[in-house]
Design a protein around this ligand. Structure first.
Ligand code: AMP
Length: 276
């Protein structure tokens, strides 16, 4: 069976690049002549050229793929990740994001092909936001000292487990899956990949989880993996806002349409229309 996902698309064919000639077998790159070394750290795999390093992924993600025993990107990962990361190109005139329509067999590594560039970009944006926040705090603190006032105190962090502090999640990335099982699998893969990323939160939104627990798990989520029905329920009850979504991935888009999710997809597309 062939699966497909659409990344950051506005479903407009003019702006979508199609990668559909990936008639490939499971993880074909392992036929490479390169010696494959099982490694648990980047240092340990250093003697072997690591294809993921060449893709320019953040070190936290490189460490995670090494932990997971991935030594070389698969064909779909090699074809997709550099295109999805063009968003970070230095040229300000370049279109910010490229829409991708990818068709690749189950087992070919397609989940990591969309998760890695999305997580990489979220991570880099988070680092930049933290840098700016720190610089602003230091600037305001220096101004206060110059006026003879006490230096600023960092605001106390609110207890995120206290329901009174709950607020609507505003994820930067949204992955839609046609079934609860697939959403849980993709979420588990994302959690494996963020194991070294301090502060990147992944949440799963699927039917069958008690509502309050779902809301608690959604707090501060940066990446949400969801089935459309439960996602739209939470959006309508204002537990999640989708206007900060920059990346929309529709995993197994063909199956999604077969299962009658076309209207839900249109609605999610509209709710995330501000994505670049
Ligand atoms: P998928 O196509 O996303 O269903 O991926 C199938 C399997 O391939 C999953 O079990 C992944 O853990 C594994 N996988 C993904 N990328 C790689 C890689 N570069 N090297 C080895 N295994 C991988």
């Amino acid at each position: 069976m062939t699966d497909s996902f659409e990344a950051r698309g506005d479903f407009s064919p003019e702006t979508t690049e199609t990668i559909s000639d990936l008639e490939i077998n499971v993880i074909p790159d392992f036929t490479s002549d390169e010696p494959v070394v099982a490694a648990t750290s980047l240092e340990a795999i250093a003697p072997v050229p690591n294809g993921f390093v060449k893709l320019g992924l953040a070190k936290e993600l490189l460490q995670a793929v090494a932990d997971m025993g991935f030594t070389q990107p698969t064909t779909v990962q090699l074809a997709t990740i550099p295109k999805a990361m063009q968003a970070l190109d230095a040229d300000p005139k370049a279109p910010k994001f490229t829409d991708l329509l990818v068709s690749s067999q189950t087992g070919s590594g397609k989940t990591a092909a969309f998760l890695l560039p999305v997580l990489h970009t979220l991570l880099k944006q988070q680092e930049e936001a933290e840098r700016n926040e720190r610089a602003e705090f230091e600037r305001l603190s220096a101004e206060a000292i110059a006026r003879g006032e006490a230096p600023l105190k960092k605001p106390k962090r609110k207890d995120p487990t206290n329901m009174r502090n709950f607020k609507a999640a505003t994820p930067g990335a949204l992955i839609l899956c046609p079934t609860r099982e697939l959403a849980q699998q993709v979420c588990a893969d994302a959690i494996d990949l963020v194991r070294h990323c301090r502060g990147l939160r992944v949440a799963n939104v699927v039917g069958g989880i008690p509502y309050q627990l779902q809301i608690a798990k959604l707090q501060n989520a940066d990446l949400v993996v969801a089935t459309p029905g439960r996602l739209l329920d939470l959006q309508r009850s204002m537990q999640i806002k989708l206007d900060q979504v920059q990346f929309l991935v529709v995993d197994e888009a063909d199956r999604m349409l077969d299962l009658g999710f076309a209207d839900d997809l249109t609605e999610v597309n509209q709710l995330t229309i501000e994505r670049k």
